[in-house]
Ligand binder design. Structure first.
Ligand code: CU
Length: 319
């Protein structure tokens, strides 16, 4: 653990020597000089969240159609978002981001939602569905009171990368507290085999000033610096990238030493761009596809330097 942290640091030092991201060391030093986040106590590890695709359970209707089902529970839970900093979170299933729900285009989806939180919540999905299944107050089941339940049911469409989040007012608070997750609908004919992962870009307002003190992909700042994400040379790497960041107007994803194909919302198999930086507002998402031709450590981070320094950075370790 410590050896890999030292390795990450030396990589960052080389990077700073180029003069592009001064300030990284101060942020990282805080992390190194403190204890690490207790992932076991949190109940989730950002390295597991990265590749934890939740396919739910399926059964087939008499007409042959697949029904895919999940159960999501709103749970109030304290999460350690950076070493020693506890955040009174609201979660889906005890983790932030909530489960990455994954389905195939055309299936019938049923999500049972139980509100075990002390506050009213909903699940609002992005995608195509009836108004009554939209998870907003006053329509359909509306807001679900503490102890209440509902079932959201709709077709898996369109194919692409979507998200879900609570839609109860005050909206900024309900999202920033942690009630969100990625929602992937695979095309009927699938996608090319790849080293797949999900990054939900988020942040935490730990001192209640409506600004974030911590930024990350998948909640824990610097997690992928301390332990880089492993990829093989020339293999296709696919990142399902979702921005849910509250209190900041934009977020971004920047990759070092390479360019990637970008598929906004993942709804077309034709990339919109070959680039090394994309900018996303809240709710925007897209698929990043890249192959690394050479081995080495390649940084990725938000290209808002403040976010980078406060945790939203990591490495791909290409072997
Ligand atoms: Cu809520």
């Amino acid at each position: 653990m410590h050896a890999s942290a030292a390795g990450g640091h030396s990589g960052a030092m080389q990077h700073n020597a180029q003069g592009t991201h001064a300030g990284h060391d101060s942020g990282h030093a805080n992390f190194r000089n403190s204890v690490a986040v207790d992932h076991a106590a949190n109940g989730f590890d950002p390295h597991e969240v990265l590749r934890d695709f939740d396919w739910g359970t399926t059964r087939r209707l008499a007409n042959g159609r697949v029904v895919r089902e999940w159960e999501l529970n709103a749970i109030d839970k304290e999460i350690e978002v950076m070493p020693g900093v506890k955040f009174a979170a609201w979660t889906y299933n005890g983790r932030i981001p909530g489960p990455t729900l994954r389905a195939r285009e055309g299936e019938l989806l049923r999500i049972r939602f139980n509100n075990g939180s002390a506050h009213p919540h909903t699940i609002h999905f992005h995608g195509v569905h009836p108004a009554t299944m939209d998870g907003v107050p006053g329509i359909g089941a509306g807001q679900i009171e503490p102890g209440g339940s509902t079932v959201y049911e709709f077709d898996a469409l369109p194919a692409g990368l979507h998200l879900y989040h609570c839609h109860v007012r005050p909206l900024a608070e309900h999202i920033a507290k942690g009630l969100y997750g990625a929602f992937i609908v695979d095309p009927k004919d699938g996608r090319e085999e790849a080293n797949e992962m999900v990054m939900v870009m988020n942040g935490f307002d730990t001192n209640f000033d409506r600004a974030n003190e911590v930024y990350a992909a998948n909640t824990i700042g610097f997690a992928y610096m301390e332990q880089p994400i492993v990829a093989k040379r020339d293999e296709l790497v696919r990142v399902y990238l979702v921005n849910v960041l509250e209190y900041d107007l934009i977020n971004s994803f920047h990759l070092h030493g390479n360019l990637f194909h970008y598929f906004p919302t993942g709804t077309s198999k034709q990339p919109s761009e070959l680039t090394d930086t994309v900018m996303l507002c809240q709710g925007q998402r897209g698929i990043v596809e890249v192959r690394f031709p050479t081995a080495g450590r390649f940084m990725f981070h938000a290209h808002q330097s403040e976010f980078t320094e406060l945790g939203w950075q990591g490495f791909f370790e290409v072997t």
